[in-house]
Design a protein around this ligand. Structure first.
Ligand code: DC
Length: 229
């Protein structure tokens, strides 16, 4: 039997195109660690909101970052790797709209990115990891063996996010979801520090017309090709 090489798999792409779902399933199949790097930026944003940190004040931002401890813990009930902020499971709070509205602004701050990227690189140092985000294949693990860049039609993404949010908050408006997505895409791909872009060696996966199972099979095939290379 050929032995399988441990690799790093990066999954980058636009908001709400199913990166986390695919990356989580892929990690499960390969028995790899799954890290949702967006959860880290969201948890930092939650801390900033709760503590009224002024984003235009570098001293406040740096001081706040020194108070933040992020960690991922496996939830035995649902099998997910969930994010904890200073000893509190914040997985639910970080998905709220008030966090979504601010996270791109927070994620554009250089000190915040340095803080998050350092931890992401540490988590991935032994490989055997699938990490999803915006800059994982370009800035966090530029040497990753498999890089996937995910995309989907705009309206497909709006609909997916709307369904996810309306289940938790029935009063949510489709138009608000649409404008939040457009705004985040714009900010994420136009910021100065590591903007969202496809790495030159990334494979594009457009899942507009694919079932989750189809995209998983495709990604698994790519992963095995790299693991046996
Ligand atoms: O994947 P997500 O929607 O949970 O990410 C939340 C925000 O965090 C997103 O708008 C951009 C930012 N982000 C980032 O800048 N870099 C990453 N590696 C992951 C997320």
């Amino acid at each position: 039997m050929t032995s399988l090489k441990k690799i790093i798999i990066t999954v980058d792409g636009w908001s709400s195109c199913g990166k986390s779902t695919m990356a989580r399933q892929l990690a499960k199949k390969l028995q790899y660690i799954f890290i949702d790097s967006g959860a880290m930026y969201r948890a930092i944003t939650l801390y900033f909101i709760r503590n009224e940190v002024r984003l235009d004040d570098a001293t406040q931002v740096v001081h706040a970052l020194q108070q933040i401890k992020l960690s991922f813990h496996l939830n035995a009930e649902n099998g997910n790797n969930e994010i904890w902020l200073n000893g509190e499971n914040v997985e639910t709070f970080i998905r709220e709209m008030r966090v979504a509205e601010k996270v791109s602004e927070v994620a554009a701050i250089r000190e915040v990115r340095e803080f998050a990227v350092k931890q992401q690189q540490l988590i991935g140092k032994d490989k055997g990891i699938v990490m999803d985000g915006r800059d994982i294949g370009t800035a966090v693990f530029p040497g990753a063996e498999l890089k996937i860049f995910m995309t989907a039609d705009n309206e497909v993404r709006v609909m997916r996010r709307f369904k996810e949010l309306v289940a938790k908050n029935p009063s949510i408006q489709m138009e608000d979801v649409r404008s939040n997505l457009a705004q985040r895409d714009h900010m994420d791909s136009n910021r100065e520090v590591s903007p969202l872009r496809k790495a030159d060696d990334a494979i594009v996966l457009d899942n507009s017309h694919m079932t989750p199972e189809e995209q998983l099979q495709l990604a698994l095939q790519w992963a095995y090709e790299k693991m046996t290379a």
